[in-house]
Design a protein around this ligand. Sequence first.
Ligand code: BT5
Length: 224
Amino acid sequence: MFKLYHFKKLDSTINKAKKFPKNCIVIADEQTKGKGRFKRKWSSSKGGIYLSIVLENLNPQYLTFIAAISTQKAIKDIYNIKTIIKWPNDLIYNKKKLCGILTQTNKEKSILGIGINTNNKIPKSLEKRAISLNKIVNKKINNKKIINKLLNHFEKYLKLLKNKKYSKIINDWKKNSFLGSIIKVKTINKTYKGIAYDINKDCFLIVKDKKGRKIKVIEGDVLI
Ligand code: BT5
């Protein structure tokens, strides 16, 4: 279903993907200007997986969710490594970030960017917060195998999304997620503390604070 385009080096696969039609995937061995959310940087040295999928305009929250589930399943299937999905866009292993997802949409298209640390070196400044899969399994990671598996899962979840099977997606997301953890969520204006209580039908996070109040969080960064 997807057409893959492979490049040795790009500034960002998201930038390149914007020039491609729907159902194309842009992959790079390294990115010189990898992007995170809120204009942050994504460290993208050689060896990792950096890909962006061009899709029709779809709900960005749900796209981020199905990308996280598909990546989580691919890593589990191939390396038997159990990761946790942290809202809204991370895969975590041992409290360290293994994968980040960034979804951008406009009226015509959605671009879904996935970055997975596999064989890339993590910069010193990120060592406390980030990890590569090769350090977990102690061997070279087969990026091709992960990408293929990930796309197999992704195609199934994309069908579910297009068929509006939202509760199935949310339920699968929740199965191996951070829900139940004590967290701090930083939004632009406020910081909330409490339990990661639930995810609602719009993929927003519900935090339950000390007083039992349930707070809906639309965007932000979670600290476990
Ligand atoms: C993300 O942002 O996690 C989204 C990352 C998306 C990367 C993919 S790669 C393919 C496509 N092309 C792109 O240019 N981007 C996408 P956010 O939640 O804002 O996290 C960014 C933060 O994670 C940074 O501020 C760092 O603290 C940390 N970080 C940077 N590089 C990292 C890495 N390689 N692994 C783990 N953490 C990293």
